[in-house]
Unconditional design. Structure first.
Length: 152
């Protein structure tokens, strides 16, 4: 009973109180304008992911969205990332996984993809440095810096 009530409550409010972090819109637009293919690989259920993206007008920014309930395995299994790489026709070393948690680092490592972490999000209180990403960046605009091109 409680699970059903929670699901209805979350479904009604999902995305209504969240905010887009600084530099996200501008960075996504610049990357797309530069021809970069973008994907989301999340453990969040598809119905909630769609709702959050729609609430913030971000769904069109992504070429591919892989959710926790749209395939047999979830992160840190690399299947979602590997599927994106295949769909985009690129090798792991030509991609960059940007995340915010140890699960994201484990996922990227399992897929052979470099990984950068952002200091916001959900990491169960664990310091980001302990996750051993390739880089920790302050915000998404770091992807537009010249060194980002060399790292990706």
């Amino acid at each position: 009973v409680i699970g059903g009530v929670y699901d209805r409550f979350y479904a009604e409010r999902c995305g209504t109180r969240s905010r887009v972090y600084p530099a996200v819109r501008e960075t996504l637009a610049a990357l797309r304008a530069g021809g970069v293919r973008l994907a989301i690989v999340t453990n969040k259920e598809h119905r909630y992911t769609d709702r959050v993206l729609a609430a913030h007008g971000l769904a069109e920014a992504f070429d591919r969205i892989v959710c926790g309930d749209t395939q047999p395995t979830r992160k840190p299994d690399p299947a979602g990332v590997l599927g994106c790489l295949r769909a985009f026709g690129i090798t792991p070393e030509r991609a960059l996984f940007v995340g915010d948690s140890a699960i994201d680092v484990a996922t990227a490592r399992a897929a052979g993809v470099p990984v950068w972490l952002l200091p916001y999000g959900y990491n169960m209180g664990q310091p980001l440095q302990d996750c051993a990403p390739d880089r920790i960046v302050d915000d998404l605009s770091a992807l537009l810096a010249p060194q980002a091109e060399a790292a990706a």
